[in-house]
Write a protein that binds this ligand. Structure first.
Ligand SMILES: Nc1ncnc2c1ncn2[C@@H]1O[C@H](COP(=O)(O)OP(=O)(O)OP(=O)(O)O)[C@@H](O)[C@H]1O
Ligand SMILES: [Mg+2]
Length: 242
């Protein structure tokens, strides 16, 4: 992302926002609620268009292009949406295989094999024929991850993957992300969960009041003198955000 500005309904969400995603460098975007983190992911995916500035995926600047002309590029990225966003009327298996069925490139049997493999990877294969309403929150998140994996992306975006999970659920998501990274996937996560951020990422981007306030590694972040960053890492009674 290069100098991206984005506003909606006359409200500025992002100003001159730069973000570089490199393959193999796992990154977390941090910032208070409403600071524009989900918007950043949607802009990178081309689901939203910047007012100015540009978004480039693997050397191809997608800003201003029609979706069809960057579809190949776009396929390298999958997203696990905040809340999972599973289709309630479909089974777990149908949810995970959805994109592959849509593409119509593979035989049903081949798709089922991929679906099972991805569900096994996230540890919920027995849920194959269940509906989302029959799953716990943690299982839903894992199914959403399996769905993202079905298209075999290089980059996986996670929007608050651990929110609302118990400590074991958080641990599961964390170790899943680490396993994906070990397999060569690059992750970009949005979270408020600092423990998960530090356990899974090498780079941290802090967004505040529509601007990029900090970008660097864990040591740099912990040593960072910017008051908003310090306050985010260890909130005090004088919290700037209250
Ligand atoms: N379609 C829209 N219309 C109006 N305002 C919007 C729209 N989408 C997002 N916003 C506003 O943009 C700001 C950034 O939203 P965004 O969802 O990116 O925040 P976030 O950092 O992901 O927050 P959270 O941590 O709560 O998920 C919010 O203040 C939100 O109210
Ligand atoms: Mg969000």
């Amino acid at each position: 992302m290069d100098k991206v500005c984005y506003s909606v309904g006359g409200r500025t969400i992002l100003t001159d926002f730069d973000l570089l995603l490199e393959q193999g460098v796992n990154r977390t975007i941090l910032g208070v609620s409403g600071s524009g983190k989900t918007t950043i992911l949607r802009l990178i995916l081309g689901l939203l268009n910047p007012d100015s500035g540009s978004v480039t995926i693997n050397g191809l600047t997608i800003t201003g292009l029609k979706e069809a002309s960057y579809r190949q590029q776009r396929k390298k990225i999958a997203i696990v949406f905040q809340g999972g966003a599973l289709f309630d009327s479909m089974t777990v298996g149908e949810n995970v295989g959805y994109r592959l069925f849509e593409e119509g490139r593979l035989k049903d049997r081949e798709i089922e094999e991929i679906v099972r493999e991805k569900l096994r990877f996230v540890g919920v294969e027995p849920a194959l024929d269940l509906y989302p309403s029959e799953l716990s929150g943690g299982m839903k998140k894992r199914v959403a991850i399996a769905r993202a994996l079905a298209a075999d992306p290089d980059y996986i975006f996670f929007d608050e993957p651990t929110t609302g999970l118990d400590p074991i659920g958080v641990y599961n998501i964390c170790s899943l992300m680490q396993r994906l990274q070990a397999e060569g996937k690059t992750t970009l996560m949005v979270t408020h969960d600092l423990a998960t951020a530090f356990a899974t990422s090498q780079k941290f981007t802090f967004v505040h009041q529509s601007r990029l306030l900090f970008d660097g590694n864990e040591a740099e972040m912990r040593a960072c003198a910017i008051p908003e960053v310090r306050e985010f890492l260890s909130p005090t009674d004088q919290s700037l955000f209250v």
